[in-house]
Design a protein around this ligand. Structure first.
Ligand SMILES: [Zn+2]
Length: 343
């Protein structure tokens, strides 16, 4: 019975993702990898395809500027896509794929960039400066690393891994800033632009649940005691905009991420060092891993990409129009921490 319900919920999710009318269901209840679903990495943008798309958009969009902020360990250029209308406007940074095996956030960021080129979003760009760093860890995303990946699950010609080529977790390097990818971000983005908000986009394991239901993702504000209270309040408001845009949709179900106070993590370190209101957003499931309970089958790609696009568009709009100032942060007091489903 339970399996039937899950299958029905999943079928509903596919219909919704396809954009036609259909039953709305919490797609968090869709199947995990389970050892038998196809996970083929060839349907994701390769690094080269990402760069080609960014350059195509740069040529098409007058308001978009593309900048190389540095190089990865293996020499791949790292890109910043920027829309800066007015230095006096508030500025938000969207960061994806510090962890190379968490790619659907980058797929969503690319969709978002394409949407920003359309007429309906020009008003948004008048009110907010938008910075996007997609795929900060291209070596990990391409599996071009100096350690073995042969036990990773996905098929499709390449493996994707969390770490950079030196097997370092970039999201534990925000204090020391040893790796070239982290240095590029800090030297040429964080210190160079007056950034007010940042959403750091990730993917978590596939088996997290809130209130007994698998989540489509989880969010968290800075949790270091050293963060300025006003910065933390900005983070909570950013989270409120995200929660209100995702959780009531029927296809989204968010939990509170369980995270520590280490400032080596961008959510904490960047909030303290630069006074930026940060938000961590962890989407459900990873594109590749050696652990089956972390990988999510590609059938879920549609709604997770949509979750990213919805998040980016909602926050950009709320900041541009000023409604973020009125965001109700009280949900943080009742939002349950997610837990891992045990079967
Ligand atoms: Zn991550």
């Amino acid at each position: 019975m339970r399996k039937t319900l899950a299958a029905a919920a999943f079928a509903g999710a596919l219909v919704v993702t396809a954009g036609t009318a259909g039953p709305v269901a919490a797609v968090g209840e869709g199947p995990g990898y389970g050892g038998n679903e196809t996970v083929n990495t060839s349907i994701l943008h390769s690094y080269d395809e990402l760069v080609t798309e960014l350059k195509t958009q740069d040529a098409r969009q007058e308001r978009l500027d593309l900048e190389v902020i540095g190089q990865s360990v293996k020499g791949r250029d790292l890109y910043l896509a920027k829309y800066i209308s007015n230095p006096d406007n508030p500025t938000i940074l969207y960061l994806t794929q510090q962890h190379g095996n968490e790619q659907l956030t980058t797929e969503g960021a690319l969709e978002f960039i394409k949407h920003l080129g359309t007429g309906k979003n020009q008003g948004v760009l008048d009110g907010v400066n938008i910075l996007v760093v997609p795929m900060l860890n291209p070596d990990g995303a391409m599996g071009d690393v100096d350690f073995p990946l042969e036990d990773y699950i996905a098929s499709g010609g390449r493996h994707l891994t969390r770490y950079n080529a030196n097997e370092v977790d970039l999201n534990r390097d925000h204090v020391a800033k040893v790796e070239p990818e982290t240095r590029a971000l800090h030297d040429n983005v964080m210190r160079k632009y007056g950034i007010d908000y940042m959403i750091d986009l990730h993917h978590q394991g596939a088996q997290s649940e809130r209130d007994g239901q698998l989540v489509s993702g989880s969010i968290l504000h800075p949790t270091t005691p050293n963060v300025d209270p006003a910065v933390l309040e900005g983070s909570k408001k950013l989270g409120a905009v995200v929660f209100d845009a995702i959780d009531p949709t029927g296809w989204g179900h968010l939990g509170k991420y369980v995270g520590g106070s280490a400032e080596t993590i961008s959510r904490n370190g960047i909030a303290v060092e630069y006074g930026i209101s940060t938000l961590l957003f962890e989407m459900r499931g990873m594109s590749d891993h050696y652990r089956e309970d972390y990988v999510l089958g590609q059938k879920s790609n549609g709604y997770l990409i949509k979750q990213t696009v919805t998040t980016l568009e909602a926050t950009a709009r709320a900041i541009a129009g000023g409604s973020i100032a009125d965001a109700d942060t009280s949900f943080w007091d009742t939002l349950a921490e997610q837990n891992t489903r045990s079967e």
